[in-house]
Design a protein around this ligand. Structure first.
Ligand SMILES: C[S@@+](CC[C@H](N)C(=O)[O-])C[C@H]1O[C@@H](n2cnc3c(N)ncnc32)[C@H](O)[C@@H]1O
Length: 164
């Protein structure tokens, strides 16, 4: 999907939440060409980056760790100690995978960290979009997280902050 002119881009939103988290560790599920990390580095942000994509042929060269793997397998390689301050979920948008990415991401976010989920749509349509219904199912009833939809972003960016 695309960011429309005049609205906060997915990159603006990721940058904002890295600052809010007061950390530097970013995990991106679904890198594509690497626009997010390349643009944030151009803006001068210090970021300890890890990106995962099932197809890394399109990924540009940048400083950071790139893992060519299906995200469903990537989560299995992690231990409890692996944490990121911000996790952007923007890989496979089909329900069966995105719901796994959301569930697994919860294990790797510290208190005060943020999980950002792209392409979730908007209320009330959110529940008709795979990523939106997965977000509602995984996060809304979880008292460890405070959930919101970022305002004015056409594709829909849901934000889950770990509270405890
Ligand atoms: C929408 S693009 C990511 C865009 C990128 N986050 C950005 O903002 O520029 C989705 C990416 O997810 C990757 N992808 C699809 N299924 C995946 C999976 N099961 N595991 C990991 N990556 C996957 C695709 O190869 C594609 O590069």
């Amino acid at each position: 999907m695309v960011d429309l002119p005049g609205e906060p881009s997915r990159i603006d939103i990721v940058g904002e939440y890295i600052e809010k988290s007061k950390g530097i560790r970013l995990l991106e599920i679904g890198i594509n060409e690497g626009d997010v990390i390349c643009e944030l580095r151009q803006r001068g942000m210090e970021i300890d980056y890890t990106g995962v994509d099932i197809n890394i042929q399109n990924v540009r060269k940048f400083e950071g760790k790139v893992i060519g793997m299906d995200s469903r397998d990537f989560w299995k390689t992690l231990t409890e100690q692996d944490k990121w301050d911000v996790i952007l979920i923007d890989g496979d948008h089909g329900y069966s995978t995105v719901v796994i990415d959301m569930r697994e991401s919860k294990k790797h976010i510290p208190v005060g960290g943020f999980i950002l989920c792209h392409d979730v749509g908007h209320y009330p349509k959110m529940s008709n979009v795979d990523a939106g219904s997965a977000f509602c199912e995984v996060f809304l009833a979880d008292k460890c997280f405070s959930c919101s939809l970022y305002p004015g972003h056409t594709d829909g960016m849901a934000v889950a902050e770990r509270l405890k």
